[in-house]
Design a protein around this ligand. Structure first.
Ligand SMILES: Nc1ncnc2c1ncn2[C@@H]1O[C@H](COP(=O)(O)OP(=O)(O)OP(=O)(O)O)[C@@H](O)[C@H]1O
Ligand SMILES: [Mg+2]
Length: 312
């Protein structure tokens, strides 16, 4: 099936022909669509983020928290969602919105991961690591706490992102309470909003603590089902993937297939779309169909990817 040979690109158009504009794509994807196969496959396999409604809401709340004046009663945001719903993706997006400046040591957003961190001592250690601070194995919790808080102030940190926060549950009830108290202490002492990401277990842990419960806004990243939200998501995806022909992904058949195959997991749906998009370049079809997605569980052939531009 070679609907659209490689010579459809701007770069290889005969010089007397107007370059193709790829009007089905958003402007920045149009340029990408004119690139060779290797480059486009790299883009498809890379990190592209759709700012769907929950992501947009998360970014807005983050701005509200991070750009406001420091307040005595600092508040935070708890983002929950199932595995692969996009929690870490949103965390990275928030962090990237506040880049560190090249000519100072300021670090507007510090991001740590709670994986396996049952004690506040480890959490302070991770903050110090994130800031390249000294982490001595012998440091007692109090020393680390002082060092971490000092550094957070010194780099004018405006917000702390804590990923995988459900791992507080790995500790016993006392350890859990102490860790949550520790996070509250950081919020109070440095007047630092915390944006926490975790699975549903995290929501339970936060609910069990009256103060945390009151102070944290909630945002749930969805499990997707067939409907207008999914249609909007898929329409956005089709508009940014650098394929040269339009893909109509927001049809009922495609939505049903994706939801059935993945139980509505964003990660799994995007994996199928990525595979199908790469195959569309390899086959030259340059668009994704229902049939392509039905076959998209298989990882594309790497040899074929190596040779995608051989005919250019
Ligand atoms: N907004 C988005 N737009 C496009 N793709 C996304 C988006 N969010 C997530 N994804 C896709 O889902 C994958 C998983 O996302 P992510 O790692 O952020 O999920 P998570 O909720 O942190 O998962 P886990 O519970 O395993 O930590 C990403 O690699 C990406 O392919
Ligand atoms: Mg994650």
């Amino acid at each position: 099936m070679n609907h659209m040979p490689n010579d459809a690109s701007n770069e290889s158009s005969p010089s007397n022909e107007a370059p193709q504009i790829f009007e089905h794509l958003v402007p920045r994807a149009r340029e990408a669509a004119a690139q060779n196969g290797t480059t486009r496959i790299e883009i498809i396999r890379g990190d592209w983020v759709i700012r769907h409604a929950a992501v947009a809401q998360g970014l807005n709340v983050a701005r509200w928290l991070l750009e406001g004046p420091r307040r005595t009663r600092t508040t935070g945001l708890l983002v929950t969602g199932p595995v692969g719903a996009g929690k870490t993706t949103l965390a990275n997006l928030i962090k990237r919105s506040y880049p560190a400046s090249a000519d100072s040591d300021d670090e507007p957003i510090v991001m740590i991961c709670m994986t396996g961190a049952r004690h506040m001592r480890t959490v302070y250690g991770r903050i110090l690591e994130a800031l390249n601070g000294p982490v001595k194995a012998t440091h007692h919790t109090a020393d680390r706490e002082m060092a971490a808080l000092r550094l957070l102030r010194a780099v004018k940190c405006r917000g702390l992102i804590v990923d995988e926060v459900q791992d507080v549950l790995a500790g016993n009830v006392n350890e859990q309470r102490r860790t949550l108290d520790g996070l509250k202490y950081i919020m109070n002492e440095v007047q630092l909003p915390i944006i926490a990401m975790g699975t549903e277990g995290a929501a339970e842990a936060f609910r069990s603590d009256k103060h945390m419960d009151k102070r944290f806004d909630r945002l749930v990243l969805p499990t997707w089902s067939v409907g207008p939200e999914l249609a909007a998501l898929l329409t956005s995806v089709a508009r940014i993937l650098p394929l040269r022909r339009p893909s109509h992904l927001a049809t009922k058949d495609i939505m049903e297939l994706l939801v059935d195959e993945t139980d509505g997991s964003l990660h799994d749906m995007m994996t199928l779309v990525r595979h199908a998009a790469v195959e569309a370049i390899l086959s030259g079809s340059e668009c994704i169909t229902l049939g392509d997605l039905q076959a998209a569980r298989a990882i594309p052939n790497m040899e074929a990817i190596d040779h995608v531009d051989d005919d250019l």
